[in-house]
Design a protein around this ligand. Structure first.
Ligand code: HEM
Length: 320
C-alpha cells in the first residue's frame, strides 16, 4: 500500500518505500541518534546516578520522589530513562511499516527487528550500568551498542529508498569502493577508542565515581587522535580520487562533507583536550561523533548502487 497516494506499490512497479513509510524509518534513526546525545548530557551534568537504582528510580518508587537526595539530577536521569519508551514506540512503528509495506522486503524487516531488540537490550544494559556504579566498560558498551543501532536504522532507512535488494555494485573505481569500506571501519575504531578516552577521564557521569580504565588519559587521547590523523589522510585521498575519476556527484559531495565534518570534529577534540574537557566542548564532540558516523555510512552508500543503471565501475583514471 502506498502511504502517499493510496495505490499499491506494485502499480508503481517499484520496490521503493512510499514517502510516509520512509519518514517513519527516518524518525526511528533520528531517535536512535537523539538518545546518544541525551545520554551524553546525563553524563556531562553528573546525573548518571540521579536514579541510584534500577528499574526503580529510588528504593520503593519507579519515579523520582521529592525527598530523594539527588536534587535535579534525578529528573535528568529519569527523563532519559523515559526516552527509551519514545524510541521503543519509533522502533515498533518501523517494524509495523516494514511488515505492512508491499512487496515485503525481508532485509528491512530484519533490520527493524534488530533495532527493536537492540532498544530492549539497551534498557537492560542501561540498568546494569547504574547497578555497576557507572563502570566505564558498561558506559562504553552502552554507547557502542547505540552506534550499532544507528547503523541498523541507517541501513533500513537507506535501503527503503532503493528499488530492490539486489547485490550492490560499485559505481566508482574498485579502489575507491574499498577505501570507503576502510573509512567506515576506521571511523568505528575511532569511536571505540573515543570511549576508552572518556572512560579514562573525568566524565564518568557522577562526581563520586572513581573507577576508571587503567589507561594514561594522555596516551590514550593521543592514540585516538593519531588514528584520526590517519583517517583524515585517507579521507583526503578519497576526495581526490573521486574527483580525479569523475565519480558520481553524490559520492563527491558526501566525501567533501565528511571531510569538513571530520576536520571540525578533530578541532573540537584538540580544543577539549587542551582546555581540560569543558562540558560544552565534550557535548559538541559527541554530536560531532554522531555526524562523522552517519557521514561515513552515507558516503559508503553513495559508492555503490543496487539499481541496474547500466553504469560500469570506472577502471581507469580520467581527467575531470
Ligand atoms: C573524526 C574525529 C573524531 C571522532 C569521530 C571522535 C570520537 C570520539 C568519541 C566517540 C568519544 C567518546 C564519547 C563518549 O564516550 O561519550 C571521544 C572522546 C574524546 N575525544 Fe574524540 N573523536 C575525534 C577526534 C578527536 C581528536 C583529534 C582529539 C584530540 C586529542 C580527540 C579527543 C577526545 C577526548 C579528550 C575525548 C574524551 C572526552 C571525555 O572525557 O568525555 N578526539 N571522541
Amino acid at each position: 500500500m502506498c502511504y502517499a497516494c493510496g495505490a499499491m506499490n506494485d502499480t508503481h512497479n517499484s520496490k521503493r518505500y512510499p514517502l510516509a513509510a520512509r519518514r517513519v524509518l527516518w524518525v526511528s534513526l533520528l531517535s536512535q541518534c537523539g538518545i546518544v546525545f541525551t545520554g551524553a548530557l546525563v553524563r556531562l551534568t553528573g546525573s548518571g546516578l540521579g536514579c541510584p537504582t534500577w528499574p526503580e528510580c529510588t528504593e520503593g518508587s519507579l519515579v523520582p520522589v521529592p525527598h530523594q537526595a539527588q536534587g535535579f539530577h534525578k529528573y535528568i536521569e529519569f527523563g532519559n530513562r523515559m526516552l527509551t519508551f519514545v524510541i521503543a514506540v519509533a522502533c515498533i512503528a518501523s517494524m509495523i511499516v516494514a511488515l505492512r509495506t508491499q512487496p515485503r522486503r525481508r532485509p528491512i524487516v530484519v533490520l527493524s527487528a534488530l533495532g527493536l531488540l537492540g532498544v530492549l537490550a539497551q534498557a537492560l544494559l542501561g540498568g546494569f550500568t547504574v547497578l555497576a556504579g557507572l563502570h566505564p566498560a558498561t558506559v562504553a558498551a552502552h554507547f557502542l551498542v547505540s552506534i550499532l543501532l544507528i547503523y541498523f536504522a541507517h541501513v533500513a532507512y537507506a535501503r527503503s529508498g532503493e528499488d530492490g535488494d539486489a547485490t550492490p555494485q560499485p559505481v566508482v573505481r574498485r579502489e575507491a569502493h574499498l577505501l570507503g569500506r576502510i573509512i567506515v571501519l576506521l571511523s568505528a575504531c575511532i569511536l571505540f577508542l573515543g570511549t576508552l578516552v572518556t572512560g579514562s577521564g573525568p566524565h564518568s557521569g557522577d562526581a563520586k565515581t572513581t573507577v576508571r580504565f587503567n589507561f594514561d588519559p594522555r596516551v590514550i587521547s593521543w592514540l585516538h587522535a593519531d588514528l584520526v590523523i590517519f583517517y583524515l589522510g585517507l579521507l583526503v585521498a578519497m576526495v581526490l580520487m573521486l574527483r580525479m575519476t569523475a565519480a558520481p556527484q553524490p559520492a563527491q559531495r558526501r566525501a567533501g562533507w565528511l571531510l569538513c565534518i571530520s576536520l571540525a570534529q578533530g578541532l573540537i577534540g584538540y580544543v577539549q583536550y587542551f582546555t581540560g574537557l569543558p562540558e560544552l566542548a565534550v557535548a559538541l564532540h559527541i554530536l560531532g561523533a554522531l555526524l562523522v558516523w552517519l557521514g561515513a555510512l552515507r558516503l559508503y552508500d553513495a559508492l555503490q548502487s543496487r539499481e541496474d543503471t547500466g553504469a560500469q565501475p570506472l577502471q581507469s583514471v580520467q581527467r575531470p
